[in-house]
Design a protein around this ligand. Structure first.
Ligand SMILES: NC(=O)c1ccc[n+]([C@@H]2O[C@H](COP(=O)([O-])OP(=O)(O)OC[C@H]3O[C@@H](n4cnc5c(N)ncnc54)[C@H](OP(=O)(O)O)[C@@H]3O)[C@@H](O)[C@H]2O)c1
Length: 311
């Protein structure tokens, strides 16, 4: 019997998860937090933002499956059982959603829709110059599952695409840079910066006063990864000075964003409520069920997280 516990604030999805997993795991004992039953029986947890300390209560836990692509929501638990493997969700449907978001945001700024929105409110019929797409440089910060898909799709639209990662990469059609040495060159090429990094000890606050200054004058920032990657007060100061011409943000340091936060009303900011990529049980169940099968068959797990790196 596979004893699987679902821990998510989206309890309305529990029936879907139960049905979809049962169709793939015939001896499934499916439980939903807080009705976890006998703690010593729980073997596998599927989790999105579990309460701190919860995962330490299951002495026979063998696998933690993140219900999101990021795992910062798990690794920030000081009581996380360190010996239990964590796999993250890598779902092609979610990657496609993330790329759609990036394309929309990049085109929004590239085609000056931020300015044309204001012109419409002012009843102003005025044409603006349009830079040649091939001369518009887009920097994709983080060239993993989402970053690489975004980079390919942006390059297919004709943008000059740069990628930045921790380790060296070769991606056809993309100029790849890496590590601390490559960062300044990468930022200097990023007329539009798209952030696709995980939130780790090494990346927290990576977009700050110094790195924002390294971006070209009048550049744009798209953050669809994690709010903690960007120091918001530094971003607001760069937006106020005009050094950064606009920001498209799906994530913020505090979520939900407090009602009195200046990002809500900044004229050069577009905000969405962490919806760039939404976990869809219909598609997410495949990689999760496959990892459960692999665990039980003693085969190597897919998309294993390195807790030391934080992603
Ligand atoms: N807003 C949403 O709805 C939403 C939805 C899904 C995901 N996300 C966020 O998006 C993030 C990225 O997802 P993913 O699946 O693309 O991650 P991923 O496949 O793990 O890729 C991460 C990329 O970041 C690079 N990286 C990590 N640490 C770095 C460092 N210190 N310096 C330079 N590069 C570094 C990695 O470099 P290497 O290639 O060298 O390892 C890799 O290219 C997730 O962690 C999650 O937080 C948000």
């Amino acid at each position: 019997m596979a004893v699987v516990l679902l821990v998510t604030p989206r309890t309305n999805e529990a029936a879907d998860w139960a049905r979809l997993l049962r169709a793939r795991i015939h001896d499934l004992d499916f439980r939903v937090h807080p009705d976890s039953g006998e703690a010593g029986e729980v073997e596998i947890v599927l989790a999105w933002k579990p309460p701190h300390g919860l995962l330490a209560r299951f002495p026979r836990l063998r696998l933690i499956c993140s219900l999101g692509m990021g795992v910062d929501h798990l690794l920030d638990d000081p009581d996380l059982p360190r010996s239990v493997p964590i796999v993250r969700l890598v779902d092609s449907n979610m990657i496609e959603q993330m790329s759609e978001y990036a394309l929309y945001a990049v085109l929004h700024f590239h085609r000056r829709f931020d300015v044309y929105e204001r012109f419409q409110r002012e009843r102003r019929w005025q044409e603006l110059p349009l830079p040649h797409t091939r001369s518009r440089r887009v920097g994709v910060m983080g060239m993993g599952a989402t970053g690489e898909d975004c980079a390919h799709k942006l390059a297919a639209l004709g943008f000059a695409v740069f990628g930045w990662s921790r380790t060296p990469k070769r991606v056809p059609g993309i100029t790849c840079l890496h590590g601390a040495d490559g960062l300044t060159v990468f930022l200097a090429q990023s007329d539009i910066l798209v952030i696709c990094l995980p939130l780790t000890r090494a990346t927290a606050g990576i977009l700050n006063e110094r790195t924002l200054r390294a971006l070209p004058q009048g550049s744009y920032v798209v953050n669809m990864a994690r709010g903690g990657l960007v120091i918001e007060k530094d971003l607001l100061a760069s937006l106020d000075s005009g050094h950064i011409a606009g920001a498209f943000l799906d994530v913020t340091e505090e979520e939900p964003l407090p009602a009195d936060h200046p990002l809500w009303t900044h004229p050069n900011v577009r905000l969405t409520p962490h919806i760039a990529g939404l976990t869809n049980p219909q598609t997410a169940v495949e990689p999760i069920a496959e990892n459960i099968r692999r665990l039980r068959a003693g085969e190597p797990l897919h998309d294993l997280v390195d807790p030391a790196l934080g992603y």
